[in-house]
Design a protein around this ligand. Structure first.
Ligand code: CA
Length: 232
């Protein structure tokens, strides 16, 4: 599920610009154009992070933040005008996670959003290049898999299968979906090929490291579970 960002900004152009950029980055977006609506939407629980302008009609950003903090610790990044140095101090004192001074580079705001979400343990922002569970690590860009630091050699399809399962941790994936993702939708070969690759993966991981990595969900498919005791 996409991380949802609430933009509270009365300047329509800026609001629209932020919305487009955030949508482009894969976030879902909710907008509010005044402080009161912004506060309501921030309290609704539907957003994961708030980008909050200071100068707003009805309630200003600080007042929104002050009221919001009575009931919620949702991450907040404040937007302040260039000269409002005191605003920054007030914003951070008031419980904001970070602030940006207008005008700002969108890349910087995106970077701060990622950082704040990460700090707050909002693991919802998935790092698609570094996957893992327990002591198993996959570096997708370097095409490397390690277990407890030792390299595990996998074939292309074994790697792809493991990648799909790790990307969908805790979700049971059907054989058909795995077949399509690993072998391509036009694959015409043996339909039990996924079971064969799962067996290969088990022989390279489960049997070597005495773990139970890939769970079989009978009649449905396979799943890698992120259990806290896993890998001990
Ligand atoms: Ca404003």
């Amino acid at each position: 599920m996409a991380v949802t960002i609430l933009i509270v900004e009365d300047e329509e152009k800026i609001g629209r610009f932020l919305e487009l950029e955030l949508l482009h980055e894969g976030y879902a977006v909710i907008k509010a154009a005044d402080g009161r609506t912004g506060l309501e939407k921030a309290q609704s629980g539907k957003a994961d992070l708030v980008v909050l302008d200071v100068m707003l009609p009805e309630l200003n950003g600080f007042e929104v933040l002050r009221r919001l903090r009575k009931s919620s610790d949702i991450p907040v990044i404040m937007l302040t005008a260039r000269d409002e140095v005191m605003d920054k101090v007030a914003g951070l004192d008031g419980g904001a996670d970070d602030y940006m001074t207008k005008p700002f580079a969108i890349e910087e705001l995106l970077a701060r959003i990622r950082l704040v979400l990460k700090k707050r343990g909002g693991g919802a922002v998935a790092d698609k290049n570094h996957l893992g569970v327990g002591k198993l690590r996959m570096d997708v860009q370097r095409y490397e898999v390690t277990y407890d630091g030792s390299r595990v050699e996998l074939t292309h399809r074994e790697f792809e299968l493991l990648r799909v399962l790790l990307e969908n941790k805790n979700i049971v994936i059907s054989r058909d979906t795995l077949l399509e993702k690993v072998c391509g939708y036009d694959y015409m070969g043996e339909t039990n090929i996924i079971d064969v690759y799962v067996r290969y993966l088990r022989s390279k991981l489960d049997e070597v490291y005495h773990i139970k990595l890939i769970q079989t969900v009978r009649g449905v498919g396979y799943c890698i579970k992120d259990e806290s005791e896993y890998g001990k």
